[in-house]
Design a protein around this ligand. Structure first.
Ligand SMILES: CC(C)(COP(=O)(O)OP(=O)(O)OC[C@H]1O[C@@H](n2cnc3c(N)ncnc32)[C@H](O)[C@@H]1OP(=O)(O)O)[C@@H](O)C(=O)NCCC(=O)NCCS
Length: 141
């Protein structure tokens, strides 16, 4: 039986193993994952006993906007409604009840998110990737 938790109090090494299954998250350092967990507003994790089998997280102002990041389910546990369980627990999390708009980026899983009510018709996103740019000259303030 899968259990869900919004506690961040778990070994970041477990998340490292999960992230290593996805090309967009491979090679992350455990210290960076530890800091990411500490600085993230809401996390939801899915557990099969002591095994971390799913994860998703939210950055938010708790009122107007929230962005959803790093939704992932262990490949041995996919197609068992765990991804859906993670996203539904994000959308219904009590601390996010006032948020108007949830935003996410996905390259391959539009169908998954569409089944949960997300639309790609109304907004488009743009991204600036530090790894693809030389350091910009610092802006004067
Ligand atoms: C995307 C992902 C999180 C989905 O998790 P999952 O646990 O396998 O999905 P679920 O079993 O909860 O599926 C929920 C619903 O979405 C549908 N669905 C799942 N993957 C889908 C896909 N690729 N395209 C269309 N629909 C999909 C399911 O059929 C199901 O529909 P239903 O409720 O009508 O039966 C999982 O496949 C994953 O971790 N992928 C690798 C990591 C990744 O790249 N994540 C994307 C981050 S943007």
């Amino acid at each position: 039986m899968i259990q869900y938790s919004d506690s961040k109090d778990f070994d970041p090494q477990l998340l490292l193993a999960l992230f290593d299954q996805a090309d967009w998250a491979q090679g992350r350092a455990v210290e960076d994952i530890q800091r990411m967990l500490a600085e993230t507003d809401v996390t939801i994790s899915a557990w099969d006993g002591t095994k971390l089998v799913g994860f998703g997280r939210v950055l938010t102002d708790y009122v107007f906007r929230a962005s959803i990041w790093d939704v992932i389910v262990d490949m041995l546990y996919q197609d068992q409604d765990i991804g859906k369980g993670l996203v539904q627990r994000i959308l219904t999390h009590s601390s996010l009840a006032r948020v108007d708009l949830f935003w996410l980026c996905t390259r391959r899983y539009q169908g998954f998110y569409a089944s949960l009510g997300f639309s790609d018709k109304e907004q488009t996103g743009m991204v600036w990737d530090r790894r693809k740019h030389p350091p910009p000259s610092s802006a004067s303030s």
